[in-house]
Design a binder for this molecule. Structure first.
Ligand SMILES: Nc1nc2c(c(=O)[nH]1)N[C@H]1C(S)=C(S)[C@@H](COP(=O)(O)O)O[C@H]1N2
Ligand SMILES: [Mo]
Length: 411
């Protein structure tokens, strides 16, 4: 991973480092060229077609959910090719449209302040000199698959592609906090970034973690993603990695780390991204007044990716099927597959273990009948939690995790 040091070492490559990440105002401000292709996300109740676009800097072919701020979804077939999601097809989500279009790697500083003994202003060169760690981890939006909620709820109408898995290279947040010296009585750590609200008086995007979580040795400040720099839209020059937790905490373009002597009571922690304090974050459709907690750990999920939903194939007695699974906040223990609506289940073979926070490949075989075959996948994680059959509902459209069905038509 010497390319990071090399990039900072010489003036020439320093300029390239910068140029490669400069979007130019046109990059984010102009509407991408009209899409040539539509994709059907099969959201219940319609409004499910989205254009494909490759008009965003550093990004290949993506499902366009929104232009300002950019919301780009990964097409499902990408997940069939590798358990690691390529950087140029990794999903993108921002809350505010005022996003820097270039970063000066010389003057960039990561500031550590608040309830600490020695406030720090860390340059990228200094950050790159700290002991490094690399970890595979899934970045999944809290609202991934929100468009599949029934009844539908407000918010980005994602299909299943607001997630991705990468090998993150960076430093331990704990090491950075130790450099600053956390004072006794610290309660939370709040993370701020370079993006800004476009509406006057609107709350800047900031998230917080409990001090013990921030110092658990797993939470990282990453500057590398799958062996490359972070794409600007995924948070160049550095972002927070919170393994096993939903990506609302994975603050991109991280430039502020503030140790707090009390809980963060600002909008993005106190009001947004709250889930019902009920088992599985589940409430009756339409429910409003219920106790809530900030969204936190992920749960097991799995998908078939070898064939798209609705695919017609020539009849065979049985076919191979494969896909990806995630344990959530721990590893994948086993994955079963069914082609008869969940009456009969077949154990699948798991692919290489890339670490407990990574996607895991699974492969199996199911019998077919003539006509539509509802193929279901079910993951158990290492804590013994299995995906439930029934979908949950909550007004935020958060934490979908039920068994998903891919229908294959054999004729
Ligand atoms: N600075 C900043 N970081 C952010 C956000 C944001 O709006 N601003 N959104 C969060 C949310 S809700 C998600 S889903 C992830 C998306 O990460 P990605 O764009 O790299 O896929 O970024 C998180 N980090
Ligand atoms: Mo998100």
């Amino acid at each position: 991973m010497d390319n990071f040091d090399a990039a900072l070492a010489s003036k020439t490559s320093r300029r390239r480092f910068l140029r490669r990440t400069a979007l130019g105002t046109a990059g984010l401000a102009a509407a991408p060229a009209l899409a040539q292709q539509l994709v059907d996300l099969k959201l219940p109740g319609g409004n499910a077609e989205r254009p494909m676009t490759s008009a965003f800097p550093g990004k290949g072919s993506m499902i366009l959910q929104r232009i300002h701020p950019p919301l780009l979804e990964t097409p499902m077939d990408v997940f069939d090719k590798s358990v690691f999601t390529p950087n140029d097809q990794f999903f993108v989500r921002w809350h505010w449209a005022d996003i820097p279009t270039s970063i000066d790697v010389e003057s960039f500083r990561l500031n550590v302040f608040g309830h600490v003994n020695r406030p720090l202003s860390i340059s990228l060169a200094q950050l790159l000199r700290l002991p490094r760690v690399e970890m595979a981890a899934i970045n999944q939006c809290s609202g991934n698959s929100r468009g599949l909620f029934q009844p539908r709820v407000a918010g980005a109408q994602w299909g299943n592609g607001a997630m991705g898995n990468a090998k993150w290279l960076g430093v331990r947040l704990r090491d950075v906090l130790n450099l600053a010296g956390v004072k006794a009585g610290a309660v939370q750590v709040r993370f701020g970034a370079l993006d800004q609200p476009v509406v006057a008086g609107a709350p800047d995007f900031e998230k917080a973690l409990d001090i013990d979580h921030a110092r658990d040795g797993e939470v990282m400040i990453a500057f590398g993603m799958n062996g490359e720099q972070l794409p600007l839209l995924n948070g160049f020059p550095c972002r927070l990695i919170v393994p096993g937790w939903y990506s609302t905490y994975w603050v991109k373009m991280l430039n502020a780390i503030e140790v707090l002597p009390g809980p963060d009571d600002q909008y993005w922690m106190a009001k947004a991204y709250k889930i019902p304090a009920t088992p599985g974050a589940n409430v009756a459709p339409g429910a409003k007044d219920f106790p809530t907690v900030p969204i936190n750990r992920m749960i097991p999920r799995s998908w078939m990716t070898s064939l798209p939903d609705g695919q017609a194939i020539a009849y065979e007695a049985s076919i191979p099927v494969g896909g990806i699974a995630m344990g959530g906040d721990c590893g994948v223990a086993k994955v079963d597959v069914s082609s008869d609506g969940g009456r009969t289940w077949y154990r699948t073979t798991l692919g290489a273990d890339e670490g407990k926070y990574s996607f895991r490949r699974w492969d199996g075989r199911v019998p077919l009948r003539r006509g539509p075959n509802p193929i279901m996948v079910r993951c158990w994680n290492a804590n013994g939690v299995a995906q439930p059959m029934k979908p949950i509902w909550n007004p935020g459209g958060f934490m979908r995790g039920n068994i998903e069905t891919t229908t294959i038509i054999a004729a």
